[in-house]
Design a protein around this ligand. Structure first.
Ligand SMILES: [Zn+2]
Length: 282
């Protein structure tokens, strides 16, 4: 069933766990993630990222209606979310297409402009009955091979986070405390103390981006410190790619797609199980 981010975060909060939030830039990843969620009975967020469209993957107007259709039919709560919308007209369009939640990402802007634009994004999303996530601090460059975000000057300042949430009224806040987007070349070092401080003064659910490649222990730790949404894509996509590389005699794309979808589903299931507070899947 189709729900907003606010609804799904309420479920996560009540359970004291996190909801997995997966980029689904094509049918294969979308089906993999929804099947994983249904098999586990876990609520899930599926996301269209503006950056994937820029890379030549599905356009928002192609994939969001399909995301909505499959979310509606799913046996578990599903939120259809726009990930890292960097301009307000794109956000408005995502809402017109039926996203039940959007993320406004003004983290590359000066803090005052980020705050002012997030307030506008709040008005737009409220009018559509949708939820809003925003970001303060910065997770660094997207889609690059990194070894974690080690530049503490980009980390979220707890007092700034409190002021930002009070001014903007966002439903969820993405915080920077050591994770980064893309592949990690070594295990990221997370600033748990900072996260605990943010949690103690910010009264909305917190979001961790760059969730792929974090250890099971660290997932559990950040969830215990108030992370309620974990964005995850890179390692699922990598699992699909690795499974395909093992095929030597398949000449048809549909066979390759089926293999990749199955591998991504298993990877997504393992991640979802940990986020949902269960034992890791074999
Ligand atoms: Zn992100």
């Amino acid at each position: 069933m189709l729900v907003t981010l606010k609804n799904i975060l309420r479920i996560a909060e009540a359970r004291g766990c996190a909801v997995g939030s997966f980029n689904t830039p094509n049918m294969a990843t979308l089906r993999a993630v929804l099947q994983a969620a249904e098999e586990l009975g876990e609520p899930v967020v599926v996301m269209h990222a503006q950056i994937h469209e820029e890379m030549g993957l599905c356009k928002m107007e192609e994939i969001v209606p399909v995301m909505r259709l499959l979310a509606d039919r799913a046996s578990v709560p599903v939120c259809v979310h726009l990930d890292h919308g960097t301009d307000l007209s794109y956000l408005r369009w995502g809402l017109d297409l039926g996203c039940t939640s959007v993320m406004y990402d003004g983290s590359a802007l000066d803090p005052e402009t980020n705050c002012a634009n997030t307030c506008i994004a709040r008005e737009i999303s409220l009018r559509c009955g949708a939820s809003l996530e925003a970001e303060i601090g910065s997770m660094g460059a997207r889609e690059s091979a990194v070894s974690g975000n080690t530049d503490e000057s980009l980390f979220t300042d707890p007092a700034d986070a409190e002021a930002f949430v009070n001014r903007t009224g966002v439903d969820a806040l993405a915080c920077a405390f050591g994770t980064a987007h893309g592949l990690y070349v070594k295990q990221p070092k997370l600033d748990f103390e900072r996260l605990a401080k943010i949690r103690s003064i910010v009264n909305v659910p917190l979001v961790m981006h760059g969730g792929s490649g974090v250890s099971t222990d660290d997932y559990r730790k950040v969830i215990s410190l108030g992370i309620r949404k974990i964005n995850y894509y890179t390692y699922m996509a990598k699992a699909g790619g690795a499974a395909v590389q093992e095929l030597s005699d398949q000449m048809f794309f549909h066979d390759i797609e089926i293999t990749a979808t199955e591998a991504m589903k298993q990877n997504a299931k393992s991640a979802m199980a940990v986020f949902g507070g269960r034992d890791p899947q074999p």
